[in-house]
Design a protein around this ligand. Structure first.
Ligand SMILES: Nc1nc(=O)c2c([nH]1)NC[C@@H]1CN(c3ccc(C(=O)N[C@@H](CCC(=O)O)C(=O)O)cc3)C=[N+]21
Length: 353
């Protein structure tokens, strides 16, 4: 609340769009003091995390890293920023999402992205192309979006159908609109230390943001990343490395996986295999970020399936210091970071004009 009052006071002289958003250290509130104690207890025995993780917004208590609640908070912060930018520039950041084909999961994600974009006051443009679209036509759509001044961020939903070169498509997106951070220039920036990163991929950025919002220390910790995808594993490892963690990437050829996992103070599971990681592999009191969002059949669910992570929740929860749930963990953070990147793209455009 204090932060909000401050921001309002400064508004007449400078739109809050120019101030860095994302206050890391939030003012103490009554709510904060009321429930910090369980966190303090849960981590005081944690040898590898000496400083006390905390978070001052209303989140699930205990050991859960509540991505859903943090993402909501971030959207609120973005909404305030977008409103301030609109007051000043009479323009809104625009996000274009390109969807090819009819994959059910992709359609759901794209719908959510559009819904949340509108919620924070962004312009949202969705281009739904048939599965049979040619690579040339898709590239033409991207060229148009690259030139469209209302569009500040472009996301091409992956995976693309097999007849289209993902690489060609991603490289065609204007680097300044590449809010997914998949263009080679943005990848190169992220992977070169001491170079300012451009756009950081949304899921990895969401994982780090979650750790930061709970004040979980990263420097010097042993971080194990399970999975080496270009979208999650590699960029997450790079982000952790940039924050001075000791980083280890494990993959399908890794020998003695349980032993490797047991070294992790911070484990990021991004292998996309339902409930692959057993609880007894985990270092006691470690922090687990479960990126997996796997649909498994469930006759008791109205959808016919339920979502599970890469980690066996029931076994892991009693053992860990902190863990992200699935759903409600990394997923909502991914979308929040997409919105954040789009606002950043808009601000960059303004600065460079
Ligand atoms: N160019 C591109 N960029 C992406 O960022 C991208 C992509 N392609 N292709 C697919 C993956 C997947 N992804 C998700 C985002 C949010 C949730 C999410 O919010 N999940 C909810 C549950 C949603 C539900 O109930 O179905 C949750 O975890 O709580 C999930 C998955 C982004 N992806």
């Amino acid at each position: 609340m204090m932060m909000m009052t401050d921001a309002r006071k400064k508004k007449p002289t400078m739109p809050s769009g120019f101030q860095s958003f994302s206050p890391r250290i939030l003012p103490q509130t009554k709510r904060f003091t009321r429930w910090i104690s369980p966190l303090r207890t849960s981590l005081s025995n944690t040898s590898c995390f000496r400083s006390v993780p905390s978070c001052s917004i209303e989140t699930n208590q205990g050991k859960i890293l509540d991505g859903k609640a943090i993402a909501k908070q971030i959207r609120k912060e973005l909404e305030e920023k977008v409103n301030a930018l609109y007051q000043y520039y009479a323009m809104r950041p625009g996000l274009a999402v390109v969807l090819v084909g009819n994959r059910k999961d992709s359609q759901t994600y794209v719908r959510n992205k559009g819904r949340f974009a509108k919620e924070v006051g962004l312009e949202s443009f969705t281009h739904h192309l048939p599965e049979s679209v040619t690579e040339t036509s898709l590239l033409e759509v991207i060229d148009k979006l690259n030139e469209d001044p209302r569009v500040h961020g472009i996301l091409v939903q992956l995976p693309l159908p097999g007849h289209i070169s993902t690489e060609k498509v991603l490289q065609r997106i204007d680097v300044s609109k590449d809010v997914d951070g998949f263009h080679a220039e943005n990848v190169g920036r992220l992977c070169t230390l001491k170079r300012e990163p451009g756009f950081i991929p949304c899921t990895p950025q969401g994982c780090l943001e979650l750790l930061d919002r709970y004040n979980i220390p990263i420097q010097g910790k042993h971080a194990v990343v399970l999975g080496r995808s270009n979208i999650v594993g590699i960029p997450t490892a790079m982000l952790l490395l940039r924050r001075n963690a000791t980083v280890q990437i494990c993959h399908s050829y890794t020998e003695n996986l349980p032993t490797e996992v047991s070294k992790a103070d911070i484990l990021v599971a991004a292998i996309g295999k339902p409930e692959w990681v057993s609880g007894n592999w985990l270092k006691p009191n470690s922090v687990v970020i479960d990126v997996g969002i796997n649909a498994v059949q469930d006759a008791n669910s109205s959808r016919g399936y339920r979502l599970v992570g890469d980690v066996r929740w029931e076994e892991a929860y009693p053992r860990v210091g902190f863990i992200t749930p699935v759903p409600g963990g990394v997923g909502p953070m991914t979308i929040a970071m997409l919105l954040k990147n789009t606002v950043k793209a808009f601000e960059n455009r303004i600065k460079n004009n």
